[in-house]
Write a protein that binds this ligand. Structure first.
Ligand SMILES: Nc1ncnc2c1ncn2[C@@H]1O[C@H](COP(=O)(O)OP(=O)(O)OP(=O)(O)O)[C@@H](O)[C@H]1O
Ligand SMILES: [Mg+2]
Length: 456
């Protein structure tokens, strides 16, 4: 059955155009001229997705959205926004819209893509919910340990999202398996025969990131002696994994937004528009919402990326997986070192499960690798387990507090100066010390009156 689209548009000519272009092979299109009529229609007829203007005669599109959310929380709702009005788009997304499309439309295809995506995501969420509810459903992916409910939930999402073209945002602390999961999404998708291309925005100097992503034409800048395709072109037909998305500088964010919306871009110094078929998987080990508050990360891009978030838990929150992970790494390193080691003694295992693993699965892997190297017998003993206990646990005693007479803001400023001193002025390193993105640090430094010399 064709999905039914309800068009809410007060301008008669536009309404007819929408109905003509959307109705037909793919959808059954209905249209109304006011929000009030839309509500009546939704209450009495079958609707799969709403496409609504924001500006409507009496009740606004936003009010309609709120009313619809009260009666059908999961009905896909796409708003049409005035071109360039980022605030209204973001406002609508915050109020629960699934997506937005600027007016005038970039193309009719763009409208259809947005609608199809909204339907896709709804189906995905529904299926995931149903599957989780179905008793005994377990997900199993080669090379990924996931016995705990939290990891099962993550893998369930991986499995479902892999079948779609949705953008995926993987969040989680360093070492929790974001790379592993990004690859799994690619492998489980219809794109698995296509390329998997990874790019890490912190590993590339900021001024090169744009040309790495989008490519350049000969003569685009000094040194561009030939033209070169970017990662987006290299990933055509496959998956682009953009690691550390929180560190992408604002000009590149704008370009990313356009690729996500229109699936096209130009190379640096180029005039020809390049169209690509790429699924973007992004990852971050920071809370991007903090970057939104700082203004270092665009809200519209955030909502585009956050269509399907996959949150990977820190290892201390799924300790049930520690013994299977340890066994996996033991096999891996015993094999590569040619040692015969059969297992881990109960006392050694006890040490592994007691630790809080600030470095997550990667740290556990390193500890097992070392244990294999140290071990003298067929079993790993507690003495073989060298854990770097120096990393402080959250302290149990009196909670530290701000020094007398200092405000939180002054304290933060002082910490930022201290981090810059410790990092000898290197912003990337100072950002790491503070757990901030480079952009967020740059923003704070500019407030403190540091010169912005772009690099390092
Ligand atoms: N659930 C898991 N099962 C098996 N191996 C895992 C699992 N999670 C992580 N690993 C392994 O732990 C190591 C670190 O994982 P990965 O590189 O994917 O982490 P990450 O979240 O991308 O870290 P970073 O933020 O530092 O980039 C890898 O060797 C990975 O294979
Ligand atoms: Mg990684």
């Amino acid at each position: 059955m064709k999905p039914s689209v309800l068009i809410v548009e007060d301008e008669p000519q536009m309404r007819r155009l929408l109905e003509l272009n959307l109705g037909g092979d793919e959808y059954i299109a209905h249209s109304v001229g006011t929000a009030e009529d839309a509500l009546k229609f939704i209450e009495t007829s079958h609707v799969d997705v709403v496409l609504s203007d924001l500006k409507l005669p009496s009740m606004s599109g936003l009010e309609l959205l709120e009313a619809v959310r009260r009666i059908r929380a999961d009905l896909p709702f796409v708003v049409m926004t005035a071109y360039g009005s980022v605030e209204s788009a973001v406002g609508a997304m915050k109020a629960g819209a699934n997506d937005y499309i600027p007016k005038p439309f970039p193309s009719w295809d763009a409208v259809k893509i947005v609608i199809a995506r909204a339907l896709d995501v709804r189906r995905l969420r529904e299926e995931n919910r149903n599957l989780r509810e179905a008793l005994g459903q377990r997900y199993d992916l080669p090379g990924i340990v996931a016995q705990s409910p939290k990891m099962q939930e993550a893998l369930g999402l991986v499995e479902r999202v892999a079948q779609t073209n949705s953008t995926v945002l993987i969040c989680g602390e360093s070492g929790v398996g974001k790379d592993l999961v990004a690859r799994a999404i690619h492998q489980r998708s219809r794109r698995s025969k296509g390329p998997f291309v990874k790019i890490n925005s912190t590993a590339i100097p900021e001024n090169l990131l744009e040309s790495e992503l989008f490519g350049y034409e000969k003569g685009a800048f000094t040194g561009a002696a030939t033209s070169k395709p970017g990662k987006f072109e290299l990933a055509d037909g496959g998956t682009l994994f953009l690691d550390e998305i929180g560190d992408v500088p604002p000009p590149v964010q704008v370009k990313l937004l356009r690729v996500l919306q229109e699936r096209e871009f130009e190379r640096l110094g180029g005039t020809k528009t390049v169209k690509v078929d790429v699924r973007l998987v992004a990852a971050t080990n920071r809370d991007l919402r903090a970057a939104l508050e700082d203004g270092t990360f665009r809200e519209d891009l955030y909502y585009r990326l956050n269509v399907v978030p996959i949150n990977l838990p820190p290892l201390r929150e799924h300790k049930e997986d520690i013994s299977a992970l340890a066994a996996l790494f033991l096999r891996k390193y015993a094999q590569s070192s040619g040692k015969r080691i059969d297992g881990i003694s109960p006392a050694a295992m006890e040490r592994l499960t007691q630790f809080h693993w600030p470095g997550n699965v990667r740290e556990l892997e390193n500890v097992i690798e070392r244990a294999v190297a140290l071990s003298q017998g067929p079993v790993i003993e507690p003495g073989d387990i060298l854990i770097d206990e120096a990393t402080p646990k959250p302290s149990a005693g009196a909670a530290p507090f701000l020094p007398e007479g200092i405000t939180l803001e002054q304290w933060e400023d002082e910490m930022i100066r201290e981090a810059m001193r410790r990092a000898a002025g290197n912003k990337s390193q100072a950002a790491r010390l503070l757990g901030l993105s480079r952009n967020a640090l740059r923003y704070r430094l500019s407030k403190l009156g540091f010169a912005d010399d772009a690099e390092n």
